[in-house]
Write a protein that binds this ligand. Structure first.
Ligand code: EPZ
Length: 429
C-alpha cells in the first residue's frame, strides 16, 4: 500500500484550488437513476469514492460519458454525463457496497423509479456502527415492503411509492438524501421533518429541482416534496468541498503559514470558521478566495462539540484536533455524531501530543512541538489529520495506508507540495 513521507516544519505559502465536494457528488451521481434523461455533473473530484460510485452505477446499467478528465490539479474537474435510460439491474452487490457505504443511496431512487431494489447492507465501519434503519423506515413510510435476506435489503413497491410524512428521530444526512430522492417520484406530497440541511443536501435538492422535481423548504429542516411523473435532462455544477476547504485552512494555520484557497466558501462552514477564529486563525474572504494566516500571538485552545449542520462538522473534528495539539493551553472536543471517531488519537499521541480520552470527550493540552513517527489511520479524516500533524512535526513522518486519503482528497500531495510542503508518495512495490 502507498505511503506518504512528510518532512515537517515548513510554513506553507501560496494558492491552491479547492475541488468539487465528494459528499455532494455521490448523491448527485445517484440522482441520475431517477430519470431516463441524461444528467451532466460538472466539477466532480478525481477521488476513489467517485470511481467506486461510477462503477456501481455502471453495474446497474447506467451509461457514463466522461469529458475533460483531469490529470493535474489545474484541471477544472471532471464532467460526466450519466444516462440511466439503459438501466438493466436493480441489485447493488455486496462487493461494491462494502467498499463505500454511500452505495445505500441507490435504494430510494431505484425503488421510486422501478418499484424494486436489492441493496447489500453496508455492514460496520471504522468510525461507528452506522446503521441504515432510518433509510429503511423512510422507504416503509413511502409504502415499500422491506425484507432483509442474506445480508441484502430487498425493497418492493409494485404499485409505486406514495407521499408520506416522515419525521427523522435523529438528523441523518444519507437518510434525508435517500428519502428526498425517493419522494421526487412518489405519488402525492411528502413532508420530511428534522431533515438534515448540510450544504451537500442543498446541492442535491437544487439539482433535483433543475431536473424537474418540486421541492420546497430547501436549506431548512422541513422539506416538502410534491411528486412528479417525469424528469428532464439537466446539467449541474457540484459545490466546492467544504471539508477539503477546512482541511487546507488547518494546513495553513498549523504550519504558521499564509495561504489562499480558490473556489472556496466560508458560508458553508459557519461553526468551524467561528472556532478557528477563536483559536487565533485569521480568515479573510474576498472574491471567491479565502486567505488563511495566524495571529501574531499564535494559536490558542478552544472547546468544540460536533453537531449536524450548521454545527461543527464531525468531518473536520480529527483535523481540528491536530491543530489544537500545538495550540497554547487546553482544548476539549466532544464527538457527538459518531461513537468511535477518535482513531487518530493514539497516533497523534505517538507524535508527542498530550491528549486524554474519556468516552466521547477528548481533552488536549497544547505541546510546544510534535515529533515524527511512523503512523497509520483507519479512516479518511483521521488519515488527513496525521498528514496535518506531520506538516508541523520535527523530522520525517511516514503515514501508512493512505488509500483512505485517496478516497476523498484530490491530488493531496501535489496540492501540499505546491504550497511548499516536503511530501512524497512512496508507491507500493
Ligand atoms: C454522511 O454520512 C457523510 N457521508 C459522512 O462523511 C459524515 O461524517 C456524516 O454524513 C455526518 O455529517 C457522505 O455524505 C457520503 P448520517 P451518513 O446518516 O449519511 C446515525 C466523510 O468522512 N444513523 O448523517 O452515513 C449514524 O449512526 C464521511 O466524508 C442512524 O442511527 O451519516 C450517526 O450516528 C464519513 N440510523 C448519525 O445518525 C440511520 O439509518 C449521523 O449519520 C442513519 C444514521
Amino acid at each position: 500500500m502507498d505511503k506518504l513521507c512528510i518532512i515537517g516544519g515548513i510554513p506553507l505559502k501560496g494558492e491552491i484550488s479547492i475541488s468539487g465536494a465528494k459528499n455532494a457528488s455521490l448523491p448527485l451521481m445517484v440522482a441520475s437513476l431517477l430519470s431516463d434523461k441524461p444528467l451532466t455533473l460538472e466539477n466532480l473530484p478525481h477521488v476513489e469514492d467517485i470511481l467506486s460510485m461510477a462503477n456501481l452505477l455502471a453495474t446497474l446499467g447506467v451509461k457514463l460519458t466522461m469529458e475533460g478528465c483531469g490529470t493535474s490539479q489545474n484541471a477544472q474537474g471532471k464532467v460526466i454525463t450519466f444516462d440511466a435510460s439503459t438501466l438493466s439491474s436493480r441489485k447493488a452487490p455486496y462487493d461494491l457496497v462494502r467498499k463505500m457505504r454511500a452505495s445505500i443511496l441507490v435504494l430510494g431512487p431505484l425503488l421510486a423509479r422501478t418499484g424494486y431494489a436489492k441493496v447489500s447492507l453496508p455492514g460496520g465501519c471504522a468510525i461507528g456502527a452506522r446503521p441504515v434503519n432510518l433509510h429503511l423506515k423512510a422507504m416503509e413510510k413511502l409504502g415499500a415492503e422491506i425484507e432483509i435476506e442474506q445480508g441484502y435489503v430487498i425493497a418492493k413497491a409494485p404499485k409505486g411509492l406514495r407521499g408520506a410524512n416522515i419525521e427523522f428521530p435523529v438528523v441523518t444526512v444519507g437518510g434525508t438524501e435517500n428519502a428526498l430522492m425517493a419522494a421526487v417520484l412518489a405519488k402525492g406530497t411528502t413532508c420530511l421533518t428534522n431533515a438534515a440541511r448540510e450544504p451537500e443536501i442543498i446541492d442535491l435538492a437544487n439539482c433535483l429541482v433543475s431536473m424537474g422535481a418540486k421541492i420546497q423548504g430547501i436549506g431548512t429542516t422541513k422539506l416538502v416534496v410534491e411528486g412528479v411523473e417525469t424528469l428532464f435532462p439537466a446539467t449541474h455544477r457540484v459545490i466546492p468541498d467544504r471539508i477539503e476547504t477546512g482541511t487546507y485552512m488547518i494546513a495553513g494555520a498549523i504550519t504558521g503559514g499564509s495561504i489562499t484557497l480558490r473556489n472556496a466558501r466560508l458560508d458553508t462552514l459557519p461553526a468551524f470558521v467561528k472556532k478557528l477564529r477563536e483559536a487565533g486563525v485569521i480568515l479573510i474572504e474576498e472574491e471567491g478566495k479565502i486567505h488563511v494566516s495566524v495571529e501574531e500571538e499564535g494559536l490558542r485552545g478552544v472547546d468544540i462539540t460536533t453537531a449536524p449542520h450548521p454545527g461543527f462538522p464531525t468531518d473536520l473534528q480529527a483535523q481540528t484536533m491536530a491543530l489544537l495539539c500545538t495550540a497554547k493551553g487546553k482544548s476539549s472536543i466532544i464527538e457527538a455524531i459518531f461513537e468511535n471517531r477518535f482513531m487518530h488519537v493514539p497516533e497523534l499521541i505517538r507524535m508527542g501530543a498530550n491528549i486524554s480520552l474519556n468516552g466521547n470527550t477528548a481533552s488536549i493540552k497544547g505541546v510546544n512541538r510534535l515529533h515524527s513517527a511512523e503512523v497509520m489511520a483507519t479512516d479518511l479524516r483521521a488519515s488527513v489529520s496525521l498528514v496535518l500533524a506531520a506538516l508541523v512535526a520535527d523530522g520525517k513522518t511516514t503515514v501508512n495506508r493512505i488509500y483512505h486519503l485517496d478516497r476523498g482528497y484530490e491530488y493531496v500531495e501535489a496540492k501540499l507540495r505546491s504550497l511548499g510542503a516536503q511530501i512524497e508518495r512512496l508507491k507500493d512495490a
